[in-house]
Ligand binder design. Structure first.
Ligand code: UTP
Length: 295
């Protein structure tokens, strides 16, 4: 029997240098994707997969993320007074009833592995999910984390989301070597952080979604600083492979890198086109714009 996964960790303490100067004072996770901040899209994905406890690993300067997921009584009272019932419901539902939010401060940006380790006391001895809000994945029916949960339930093991990337891009990602597993599943054989294209064991890149068994935390505790003098999650996953199987989820869906300006702009356009109230009008506007630019 697999243990149910209730908790998701959101490491959001990074500096966000790629989105400067937009993120000089504003946390990059609070940049707006159409009508809600990027972090809310990631949280909604977690909720879609049955998560009931959200754990934000934040920096001291990112109070705004915690505020977004706390009740804002003054705003609620004002919306109620003005009779804006629909808006009131939407605001009150961040997060929905029954969902708990916790946060822990990462005092120094010592790397993604260190950020996940900061959540250890809040996670406890349970399997848990990790979502990096920089990576957003759209699928019209089954979210990326839902797809990963299916693999987790089948295999009762840690699961990492992977995507094929162009060989010249492998040096931006953790890259995995695969081993076949029963029923056509793929297991991770090895993992290497940001290899040069000639040395990459494949073009399967780890993107920002993970499900871990509790074994990862003690391994993170003893992971020395690696590439960039940071405690790398990749190094702890490599150590986990020595103890347990780790499965891969080649998810269906379109991924957007919201941690870069170009990826963020693409996401804004495509999420706007799919948006239930503005999508159709925005599509007409884009069509007109493109034909004007062509003339
Ligand atoms: P990135 O490698 O994208 O780093 O982190 P970054 O600092 O956020 O952004 P750039 O590259 O300077 O623009 C991947 C994820 O890990 C978190 C980040 O917030 C992001 O969600 N992270 C990274 C931490 O929480 N703490 C760290 O020390 C490092």
């Amino acid at each position: 029997m697999t243990r149910r996964i209730n908790k998701a960790v959101f490491p959001v303490a990074g500096l966000g240098t790629r989105t400067l100067p937009a993120t000089k004072a504003l946390a990059k996770e609070m940049l707006t994707l159409v009508d809600r901040p990027v972090i809310q899209h990631a949280v909604e994905e977690a909720l879609s997969a049955g998560i009931t406890e959200l754990i934000f690993v934040t920096a001291e300067s990112k109070q705004i993320i915690r505020d977004h997921f706390r009740p804002n009584r003054k705003l609620e009272q004002e919306l109620a007074r003005r009779g804006k019932q629909e808006l009131l419901e939407r605001v009150k539902n961040i997060p929905p009833p029954g969902v708990a939010c916790h946060d822990v401060i990462q005092q120094e940006p010592l790397g993604l592995g260190h950020a996940v380790l900061c959540a250890r006391a809040l996670v406890g001895d349970e399997p848990f999910a990790v979502l990096l809000p920089d990576d957003l994945v759209h699928h019209p029916e089954t979210t990326c984390l839902q797809q990963m949960m299916e693999v987790y339930r089948d295999r009762n093991s840690s699961v990492v989301a992977v995507e094929n990337v162009a060989r010249e891009q492998v040096s931006r990602y953790g890259i995995v070597e695969t081993a076949a597993a029963p029923d056509g599943a793929k297991r991770m054989k090895s993992i290497v952080e940001k290899p040069v294209p000639e040395d990459a064991p494949s073009t399967l890149a780890v993107v920002g979604r993970y499900i871990f068994t509790p074994s990862i935390m003690p391994l993170l505790e003893t992971t020395p600083r690696g590439a960039g003098n940071e405690i790398q999650l990749t190094d702890a996953i490599a150590a986990l492979l020595g103890k347990e199987d780790v499965y891969l989820c080649e998810f269906q869906g379109r991924r957007y890198d919201c941690g870069s300006i170009l990826g963020y702009m693409k996401a804004n356009v495509e999420y706007a086109l799919r948006h239930e109230t503005i999508g159709s009008e925005f599509g007409t506007y884009l069509d007109d714009l493109v034909s004007k630019l062509r003339d």
